[in-house]
Ligand binder design. Structure first.
Ligand SMILES: [Zn+2]
Length: 264
């Protein structure tokens, strides 16, 4: 799915650039990163942005004073009686790579910004042959200190298998076990998750709710909708192929329309 969207982004970049020159949309968007500063020749999906890219992107966010929200802030803004800023971002990471802790977090911490990282609790069984499964990740115990600092941990399944392909019992186990494992390590409730591979459908939403989660993040681009489904909050992925201009356009909503290419 990622490959398909990357291709679409490349092919339609010119269209998006033209469109974004004509209009700028407001709204809060959740940015999705995986790795930062981990150089790998095999990273054909562009999952790892360079350290320089990340610093430039954060500098620009700071320069234009985009409000950076925590997940708590986002949820409070979406609650009845709450309010979201007219424009803003939430900074999220998937998978719990070491590089996010070593390269991205110091930058964010210096800016005083929160972030969230969604971490799978078990070995990546389904991805064992995928190149990213060989990238170094922090242990759950190592995430505890970062969680306390404001790099909040959320769930990302146990095995990182796509949830839509599982039996009802396996689906429930992925959700409940990931939540319970994180809660026992962190010593606090865990109510947020991102769906591995962005894979979500109606039965997965229902099982996620039943497993005790109240906020779920997809990999479908778009702005956060007040009154929308809290278990299907969109995110826009930032990749190694993004120029600073591409990033700015993503934050401004010029790529929101790519959601039409995302089935899950
Ligand atoms: Zn993942």
């Amino acid at each position: 799915m990622k490959r398909r969207v990357l291709t679409v982004i490349k092919r339609t970049g010119a269209v998006a650039r033209t469109w974004s020159g004509l209009a700028m949309t407001s709204g809060v968007r959740v940015l999705l990163y995986h790795s930062v500063g981990f150089q790998s020749r095999e990273d054909r999906l562009g999952l790892s942005v360079s350290s320089a890219q990340f610093r430039d992107q954060m500098s620009w966010l700071a320069d234009v004073q985009v409000p950076v929200l925590s997940v708590e802030g986002l949820v409070a803004g979406l609650a009845e009686g709450g309010a979201l800023p007219g424009w803003g971002v939430v900074i999220s990471f998937d998978d719990g790579y070491l590089s996010a802790a070593e390269e991205a977090w110091p930058v964010l911490k210096a800016l005083g910004w929160p972030a969230v990282c969604f971490v799978s609790t078990g070995p990546k069984e389904s991805d064992s042959k995928a190149y990213w499964s060989r990238w170094p990740r922090l242990s759950l115990e190592e995430w505890v200190a970062l969680d306390a600092e404001g790099f909040t941990v959320g769930a990302h399944g146990v095995s990182h298998r796509p949830l839509t392909g599982l039996s009802a019992s396996a689906l429930r186990a992925e959700l409940v076990e990931s939540r319970q494992t994180l809660e026992s390590v962190l010593g606090r409730p865990v109510r947020w998750l991102s769906y591995p591979h962005g894979s979500v459908n109606g039965p997965v939403l229902q099982a996620t709710r039943e497993a005790g989660f109240n906020v779920g993040f997809t990999s479908r681009p778009g702005k956060v909708a007040v009154g929308g489904e809290l278990l299907a909050i969109p995110r826009i992925e930032v990749t190694a192929e993004d120029t600073l201009g591409d990033f700015q356009r993503k934050v401004r909503g010029a790529y929101d329309w790519l959601k039409v290419f995302k089935k899950s």
